[in-house]
Structures are given as structure tokens and as C-alpha cells.
Design a protein around this ligand. Sequence first.
Ligand code: HEM
Length: 940
Amino acid sequence: MRRQIGSLLLGASLVVGGCATQHESLESCLQVAERGLRPIADDRSQRFLGKVREDTARCRGGERAVDARNLPWIDWQNYWAAGDASSLGSGSLTSHLSSNGRGIDGALLDLEYQRIELIKFNLFDTSGTYEVYVRGRDGVGGPALKVWPQMRLPKGHPQYDAVGGDQTQVCGGDLIRARTLTGICNDLKNPLMGSSHQPFPRNVQFEVTFPELSQEQLTRNRHGDRLDLLKPDPQVISRRLFTRPQSKPEQCREGHGLPGAPIDAGCDYQKAPFFNVLAAFWIQFMTHDWFSHLQEGHNAPGLMSVGCATEVAGCRPGDRIDPAYIAQSGTPPRFTAGGKDRPSRPYKITENTVTAWWDASQIYGYDETSRRRVKRAAGDPAKLLLSPAGRRAGAGERQGYLPLLEASDPMNPQWAGQEAVGFPDNWTIGMSFYHTVFAREHNLFVDAFRAQAIATPDADSGLRNPARPDQVIRYRDVTGDELFEAARLVVAAEIAKIHTTEWTPQLLYDEPLFLGMNANWSGLFRGKEIVQAALEKITVNNFGKSTDVKKATQWYSVFASGPGIFGLGNRVYSDDAIFAAYDPSKTDLWSIKNPDDVNGGTNHFGSPFNFPEEFVTVYRLHTMVPDLIDYRQWDAEPNRIQNKVAVVETLRGRATQAMRERGLANWAISMGRQRLGLLTLANHPQFLQNLEIPRLGSPSGKIDVAALDLVRDRERGVPRFNEFRRQYGLRQLTSFDDFIDTKLPKGSPARAEQARLIGIMREIYGQHRCDASKIITEAQVNADGTKINDCLGKPDGTMVDNVEDVDTVVGWLAEFSRPHGFAISETQFQVFILNASRRLFSDRFFTSSFRPEFYTHLGVAWVNNNGPDKKMEKGLPNGHEVEVSPLKRVLLRTIPELTPELDPVVNAFDPWARDRGEYYSLKWTPRPGAESDPAFRESK
Ligand code: HEM
């Protein structure tokens, strides 16, 4: 059975045949083939760790891959074809038999192993289901369970009776027609799952959370008494390890630039050549949809210090912040299973204020309060309210701008003057940008639907009312409210598609991730309809319905990458149960009357879906934001930078003002052309270290957001970096020096700078004399199978680095060694592999309910085609035939005046004027016509 995975998805035979051209590789490949595929670990300490055996490395990447095996970092980054053109070996990329094919296939196989093991070892629900996950119920193993009493609506909930009250709860009728405001009833049988105010789960064992509390013996062994909320001092860490050095501080002025925003203002920052500022704000826009700890823009009552006990240049003892909300705390009940005593939850539990679904709740709201801020067009309830602002040139201007919050709207005073949207906190010019773009897109879909209704009023719109399922709803019958909800579904799915197939492949700019992310959406066998359909049926019907844990989790995950997760289970055929040969002419029996059809394509892998606390940590991406925006005008020589506008001058109400004064198209081209900040040490925006937060009334009136990132993680019990990596199935580090990228030449300035920063890290976190009798983890073992102790492989009594204490954010920022084209570190990426897949797997609107009955026929086609019609990109970018990318299509519709600028752009998150060059090049060179753009005169 194990062999079948390889042969089905990647063709195990390729491994044998592929090495025939190189003698050494051939032998290695034969050995690999004879051994068969690696078994999935039974115990977390035996995990894959992204590290392969020597012969496997040689078969997939030659000696370069073999040499890198002793480093802590994942191996696939060194396989053939996983980098730029210099990583290419022999043979074509599409041939599984060539060295390039082996490299790519090997990388995909490694990624799938990681996902399977993450699903197996990293799900820890905090809503009360964990015990049954471990023990199972009624003879069914926990990971194969699909319904939990904790996911019932509680008595007193307004929809309690509607879903069945104290009987079996199943959502139906109006509650399943579209995405609900609070996110209930996405899963028909688990109504509460993913709704607003559900607890954040964890991806790590409860025992390793809240290391500052020192409650567990292993934790005490790991950290001694070295940790506390403000130990090591977060502001000292921020000032010494995070600050962007400035060559001309007088032109930067802590991120404020110069009065009047002239072009001789300047703030230095380290830039990513392949990712633009639009990408930075995109991810802020996403996080506002997925999770929030704050309630209406504030934390719990009170004020607390945030460090600076030992003064270092720049830090402020007078900074204060309101403490994090804690929903539940106290010693957790324990239970024994499998001979092991376990806590049933962490010491403290935090709550996700917003819906966990990818439902565009930042636009449309997530509870009654936030919904009151969402304004519909007067006289047309299907549309969002947009009105023209000013008289600028540009065809998109007619589509309008969002209205402002009114005094009668629910509002935190600091939001006055901002656009009225569901989630208004931390409002930036980027939030103003995306909210406006997607409000325009919403209305354009409504316009297209209306045009269709005029053309074919009596035709079937596809929509159905579950209360009257047999009644065809013609285009002319669709009400304004129904159309509003269908447009919301379309916008949310477009956003998910942009994120999965456009943002992420540019964030992780290499071939394995291009293929992997497209596989998550549309499958590895895209274009091979019959294979896809067959795999989908096996996934949904055989594995999805199985009560066997392995089938319901591992096999499900593997087979799902064939057809892709999006749309899983949205077709049903009579011979599904005993899958027979696929025939495209068969009748689709999917029925909105059958809850098992509506819900049948989801899989939560035994643990109710929500984003874990650890996910929030790896999205603390503040270094991506530049201090100043190079402001350009689309209709006045885009190659010229007209102003250097301080981001801090475009926050909250001033974002709205800036949007209205300068216009959407100019902000688009400015943020589209500019590179964002690298996620690395010494690169935090100056303005975020000095952010004014008047609402707090603290002595300094300011907060260092970079330091706050560390404080929040400590308040919420995120384990420190090394144990974080072990928990996620990545190899631990044994000293601070492991961070240094040894691929860089010795003596090179880049390597010297890394060594300097690591020296500071050592000064801050310190060293201690180790005690080999102290075991520090159960998540990983040494290469010889012995337990890992406080000495991390060094002799007892040696002075060792306190590498266990490094805050997780500090650790992943310090990962100088990364796979090619990775804007993020491999540790962050590991968290995404699990959770990015789960937010698709768990959502019926992306799987079995991606159907015309909910989206309308027009809506389904709009999502599939990236708009009203399908368009292909010119040429073969990185060797692939690709559709015009979904965000590019949205921008072309909502800001049509940018058509000439966008025409050569392949991915809207790649700096627009960059020449993409050959295979996954990261070079910073101008495309034809942009030679005079001064940004290209900067070397980095
Ligand atoms: C100008 C831009 C930005 C400003 C002014 C800003 C400001 C802030 C502030 C003040 C907090 C702390 C809230 C608290 O815990 O009390 C915060 C949290 C956070 N920020 Fe930003 N931010 C910006 C950009 C970004 C970007 C680009 C990202 C990218 C993902 C991001 C991700 C986050 C995350 C994940 C949190 C934690 C949220 C939570 O705890 O629920 N921010 N930001």
C-alpha cells in the first residue's frame, strides 16, 4: 500500500528509471526504490523532519543535497530544479525520469510527508474535544471522528431551536443558504465550529505551552528559571535585534520622513526583490479575516509594562499596553491514555473574536456589532455602498469609494474618519486599498448578474432555497438579499484563490511550491479530468467516509492532492460507493436536500477547525512594511517617484484621507512597484517601534509593536523557538551559530553581518553550564535514539547557548538559511502547510458546497475563470501555461486605467516593473520600458 502513494501521485517507477544517466545517482535511486517509501512515524519523536537518507538526497539533488544533510534545515531545498536556473540538472522539468523531474517530485513527496505527519501529530483542540481525540469514541479512533457535542449551539443561542435544540443538531433552511454572519452552520452537524468567539486551538502539545509558568518538569529542565513575561527584556530585544539601521537618520526621522513627503526623504530597509508592498498589505488584510484577539480594537482592562528595565538606545520605560484577554485559565484536568498522563487543555485559553472561516468577514462583518458598520447601497440591497470621491481621471473612478464611519456606527474613537467596514482595526492605506477593490468587485459581480438577468430572465440561476429545494429560482426571481450573499460567497472564494494560487507561490517563489499550491487548489492532475474525478471519488467516498484513522487522515490527504481540495465532494454519482470507471456523461445526483451531500466534502481530521495560537505567531510579519511609500502616479510617468509618503501618515483616518486625495490607481501602482521588507533581523519599521497609541494614555503615549509581538506570544503561551520547531517536526538547533547561513562564503559581508547579529543574540539570551541529566523534550530524539538533554549533544558541564529560550518570532526572523525564493522561513512555512490546507479542507463552501445552489451558475464560473470569462497569460512563465492570475483580473476590472501597466505583470505580487527573467530568477532588473525607474538604481 505504501508504494501505491508514490506510484499514484508521483510515479514510484520514475525513481528507478530516472537515474540512468548518472552512475552514482543511479545506484542511489535503485537503493531508494528497493527500500520503498518511508513509513509514516508512529511516534512524534520519530518524525521525518524534512531530512532524507543519503542515497535519497543524492538521487534527487546530487552531492549538493548530500552535503546539506547535516544542517538543521529541510533537505528538499537542495534538490534539482528547486531553486533558480543554477539549480537545474539534466533533462526536462516535466519528465519524471530526468534529474530535474526527480528533484521536483522528491520535493513534492517530502511536502506531502510533512503534511501527513502534521495532521497526525499537531492537532490539539481546546474546546473540550481533545480527550476523545486521543481515546476515540464507540470504537472509532479520535482522528476519524466527525461530530462533537462541544460544537453544538448552546442553550440560549438565538438559533438553538432552529438547529434542533437539545436533539441531534443539524443546520438547514436559511442557516445553510450562504455564509452566516457569525460563521455558524458552515458544518451542518457541528453548527458552532469556526464561529466568532471560539477558542484558539494549539498545534503543539499542551504540556509545552506557557513555558513561563514552569509547570512541567520538562519545561523546567529546558528553561531553568530564565523566562518570564518580560525576561529577556522585549524592548531590549527589539532595539538591539530588530531595529532597521539608518544611513541618514535625519531623512527618516523614526519613519516620519520629511514634512511634505519630498523625494529626498529616505528610510533604509532590506528589501525582497520578488515581493511587493501590495503583498505585505494583502496578508494584513487576510489576518483581519482569519483571527483577532482584540475586541472592538482593545484588549483586557488595565495597563502593563512592556520592558526597558535595562535601558538601551531608543527603548522607553514609559510604554504600557492593555493585557491580552484570557478566556479560561487554571490547572487543566488530566486524563490517562496509552499509559501516559496528559492535560486535557492548556493552562490558559484565548479566544478568536472573529470567524475562523475564509469568509471575507473583514469586509462583511462577523457579529451584529461589526455588521452595523457594513453599508449597502441605497436602493439596492445586493450592492455595497460606494460613491465617487473627487474628479480624478481613470475609468475605475466611477466605481467609487467606501463611505466613512458615521457617529451612529459602533466605533472605537480611534477609528473616527475611517472607511466603514466590518473589521476597522489597525487601518492602513493597504486596508483602505483592498477593502475598496473588493467592494468594487462585489458590485461588479452584481452588475454582471443583473445583466444576465436582463438577457435571460427566465433561465435557471442555479440558486436554490433549501426550504423549497425543488423550486427553480430564475434569474428574475433572485432577490437583492440573495444576490448580496451570493456575491459575498464569490468574493470570499476569489480571495481564497488569490491567496492560494497567486500570493503564496510568490511568497514561496520556486517550482515545488508553485506546483504544491496549485495542487492544493486544483490538483496535481489538472487538465486530466478523468484521473482527477477518479481520485476525488476515492478521496471523498472511500477515505472521507471511513472510520479507519489512517484512511480518514493520511490517505485522504495524499489522494486529495490529486484532484485538489477546492470543490472536493461537489459532485455525486450513483456508483460512488463502489467507485467504478468514471464517465463524464453520468448524472450528478448531488442534492441540497441531503446534508451528507452538502457537507460531504469536508474533513476536519478529528479536530474541530480553527486557527491555532501558533499560527498567529508566524503571521507577525511587521518587517514586511516599509517606513515610506514611493508614491507614483499612473498617468504622470509611472517610472518617476513623486513623493516619499510615510506609512505612519497614512494610518487610521489618515489612510482614508490619503486614499480619497490621491486615488486607488495611484496607490496601486505605488505599492505594486515597490519591494516589501525582508523578514529578517534588523528590519522592523522604525514607525512601528514608535507607534503612537493615544487611547492608552500611557506615560510615553507610544508602543513598540515589535516588542509587543514578543510580549503577546509570551502572554498566550507560545513555546520558544527550538521546542516550537521540534513540535512541528523540524530539526532542532544546538547553538545560536546554527542560524548562520553556511552556504555564504566565509568572510563575505553578509555572513559577517549574520555573525554580528548572532553575537548580540548570545549577549541577550546568554549561556548556561549544562546538565546532561536533564531531559528537555519528548518531541524529538538524538540521531542515535537517545533522549535530548540540556547539553544538546555537548559534554556534561559545558557552557551552552540558551538557544532553548529564543522567542519564536526572533528565531524565525534569524533563519538566514531558506529555500530559494522563500520570503518566509521554513519554520513559518511548516505552520502554513498544515493550516493553509485545513482552512480549505474544513470549509464546505470551498468543497462540497461549491455549487450553483449557493453561488449561482454565474458565481461558480466567475470563481473558476477568475471573472466573467477565461483568459490565458502570454507565453510560458517559468515554463507553465497559466491563466491570467486572479488578482490581476480583479485589478483590471476594478482599476481598468491600469491596463497598460498590468499587461506585462504575471503575478500581481511580483514588483510590477521587475523583469521576471528566466526560471525563478530573483534578480532586480527593470522590464523593458522601466529602465528609468530610480528604484532599479538601488542595488538591493
Ligand atoms: C502599518 C501597518 C501595521 C500596523 C500599524 C500594525 C499594528 C499592529 C498592532 C498595534 C498590533 C498589536 C495589537 C495588540 O496585540 O494589542 C498588531 C498585531 C498584529 N499584526 Fe500588525 N500592524 C501593521 C501591519 C501588519 C502586517 C502587514 C501584518 C501582516 C500579517 C500584521 C500582522 C499582525 C498580527 C498577526 C498581529 C497579532 C494580531 C492578534 O493578536 O490577533 N500587521 N499590529
